[in-house]
Write a protein that binds this ligand. Structure first.
Ligand code: SF4
Length: 314
């Protein structure tokens, strides 16, 4: 049992961002309003609970558009896809509903713009992440993925005076800063979007973790799936700030040993994790004697993206 003063702090913002909200609502509306079957390409967002819930409601998740019968409806995930996928969908006469987050679409547009100028586009991110696969596909012959500091030091480009930089939206700003610095030193004429590509939701959730640790949290629990990039980065940010930090899929992932001797637990969730999972963890810790504090409102960021027109109420 924790000491009397031990507490769990629900930090905010946490959980669903505007892009995830939009993607999930898109599938829900398609299931409600369109004739079945409704296919979804890839995980609509990187969260097992969300995928299982939508599957139970009738969504059929497929790895590629090639698995979808000709003429059927397919929803593209929030992470975005390469133009080749759109071409494949057109060839199969699929009815496409594109749930790509508008902030990911913005990065796609940047890559197209830089590629049109003949630039080599350095894309900072994780090679096998869905978002990076989709973004790279905008200009496969010109995009080079840079994963870390070492690759930033060694990457070779055709023309050092014509190089551009974009990033995956869900990275840690702290990690990316060093990579960008190295690339700037190597390519002084480096073109890049003025405000960067890391999205507001990623940044705000990482900042909240840092503030919680600065305020005394000695354990950070981040609810999110293993393949959720922004959730993993939140764990890293918590550790870098000096706390013990773990990624948990749900309440069953909490190891009781982590709680031993902890005075202040910061509980949060990645941008694709539903609040119901956070509440279950909070209840578990409350049951173990932690005082519950913090925000009942997961996010008040005020960002809303319009739904794709195919599922918009007229
Ligand atoms: S994490 Fe950012 S880029 Fe990804 S879906 Fe959410 S708002 Fe969009």
């Amino acid at each position: 049992m924790p000491e009397i003063s031990s507490r769990i702090d629900l930090i905010a913002p946490r959980g669903y961002c505007a892009g995830v909200d939009r993607a999930i609502e898109t599938v829900e509306r398609a299931l409600d309003e369109l004739s079945p079957p409704v296919y979804v390409r890839g995980e609509i967002v990187h969260n097992r609970h969300v995928v299982d819930t939508l599957t139970a409601r009738g969504a059929i998740f497929v790895a590629t558009e090639q698995e979808v019968p000709e003429g059927a409806t397919i929803i593209l995930s929030a992470h975005g896809v390469a133009p080749e996928v759109h071409a494949n969908c057109a060839a199969r006469r699929l009815r496409v509903i594109d749930a790509t987050c508008p902030l990911v679409s913005k990065v796609h547009a940047e890559v197209r713009r830089y590629a049109t100028r003949g630039a080599t586009v350095l894309l900072v991110g994780h090679t096998d992440h869905d978002e990076v696969i989709g973004t790279s596909g905008e200009a496969p012959d010109q995009v080079i993925v840079v994963e870390d500091v070492e690759q930033a030091r060694t990457v070779e480009v055709t023309d050092p005076n014509n190089v551009a930089l974009t990033t995956q939206t869900t990275l840690s700003l702290d990690d990316t800063t060093e990579i960008v610095q190295i690339l700037h030193e190597r390519f002084p004429a480096l073109l890049m979007p003025p405000n960067g590509d890391i999205c507001y939701a990623t940044q705000n959730r990482q900042d909240a973790v840092k503030s919680a640790v600065a305020a005394g949290a000695d354990l950070v629990l981040v609810v999110g799936s293993q393949n959720s990039s922004n959730s993993n980065r939140m764990v890293e940010v918590g550790r870098a700030a000096g706390a013990e930090a773990y990624l948990i899929e749900n309440v069953d992932s909490v190891d009781p040993d982590w709680l031993t001797g902890k005075r202040r637990v910061a509980l949060t969730a990645g941008a694709s994790a539903p609040e119901v999972l956070v509440r279950e963890v909070a209840d578990l810790l409350a049951g173990r004697g932690f005082d519950r504090t913090g925000s009942d409102t997961p996010s008040a960021e005020g960002v809303i993206f319009a739904l794709p027109r195919e599922v918009r109420v007229p």
